[in-house]
Design a protein around this ligand. Structure first.
Ligand SMILES: [Zn+2]
Length: 286
């Protein structure tokens, strides 16, 4: 099964020119480019790198995407995803960083049929997906994945797309310096003043190569895995949190669930961190 998304078969290439071209389709000096299409030369470059599809994508049902999520999660090796995440830190391979959250999100999700809230027209109360929906454009999801390590971390269609692409990704094995960097980041998060918000914590991670959005995305991934979580807003590391049980912020908040709840006083969850990297689970002395 190829899954709901038709992308080219085989590995894609992490080709600098192609990645720049992919970004240029969707993002310009003023931010998002609406309705943009690549010119023929750009499309050819993207196709050659395995980063573009011209295939039309269809409407899908909730039950299809849930089945696809359960299947792709079962085929994905957690240890591979963990290594890729660590290997993404110094290399800035955001396409490798994303899968940690996508797998954490779907791994404990029960296989289930569409179940709306009683008497409501809305989405599924378990996963938040509509009964039927138009799939997002895969080339756009691919751009988001390469540029920010994903943004729709709690959307099943992104998780499925991301894990399917992860299987096609050239890997970057993490080295000692990557593990040391992650340890330094965790120490920094543990030493922040208790009232530090997630946005301020992201700004404090100057040791992590990348921009502010990338650092915020990094924290969102840790939060989805339950490494940064609160009693009110648990992550997905140990168990799936049903959509109907996820508190939403009052007022404006750009951060995803559950990071929006977190401040440094909530700490770093040792148990969920141990699932990522046992050696980092306990605070280090000196
Ligand atoms: Zn559902």
């Amino acid at each position: 099964m190829t899954g709901p998304y038709m992308m080219p078969a085989g590995r894609y290439a992490v080709d600098i020119a192609a990645l720049k071209a992919l970004k240029s389709v969707y993002w310009g000096q003023q931010g998002w480019r609406e309705g943009a299409k690549p010119d023929e030369a750009t499309a050819a470059l993207l196709r050659a790198a395995g980063l573009w599809t011209d295939l039309a994508h269809r409407e899908l049902t909730h039950d299809h995407i849930v089945t696809a999520a359960v299947e792709v999660a079962a085929r994905t090796t957690p240890a591979d995803v963990r290594s890729a995440f660590v290997g993404s830190l110094r290399s800035r391979r955001l396409d490798l960083r994303s899968a940690l959250a996508s797998l954490a999100y779907v791994r404990h999700m029960p296989a289930h049929r569409f179940s709306p809230l009683a008497g409501a027209d809305g989405p599924c109360r378990i996963c938040g997906t509509a009964d039927t929906f138009e799939l997002a454009e895969p080339n756009l999801l691919n751009f988001e994945r390469f540029n920010w390590g994903g943004v729709r971390r709690d959307e099943l269609e992104y998780c499925v797309f991301d894990l399917l692409q992860f299987a096609r990704a050239p890997q970057a094995a993490p080295g000692d310096e990557d593990y040391a960097l992650l340890a330094e980041i965790i120490d920094t998060l543990r030493s922040l003043p208790p009232r530090t918000t997630a946005n301020r914590a992201a700004a404090a991670l100057t040791m992590l190569p990348g921009n502010k959005d990338e650092r915020t995305g990094f924290l969102e991934i840790l939060a989805v895995c339950g490494i940064l979580q609160t009693a009110r807003c648990p992550g997905f590391g140990a168990a799936f949190v049903a959509w109907e049980h996820r508190p939403q912020p009052e007022g404006k908040n750009d951060l995803g669930y559950p990071l929006w709840c977190w401040t440094a006083g909530d700490g770093v969850d040792s148990e969920n961190l141990a699932a990522l990297l046992p050696s980092l689970a306990e605070p280090r002395n000196g």
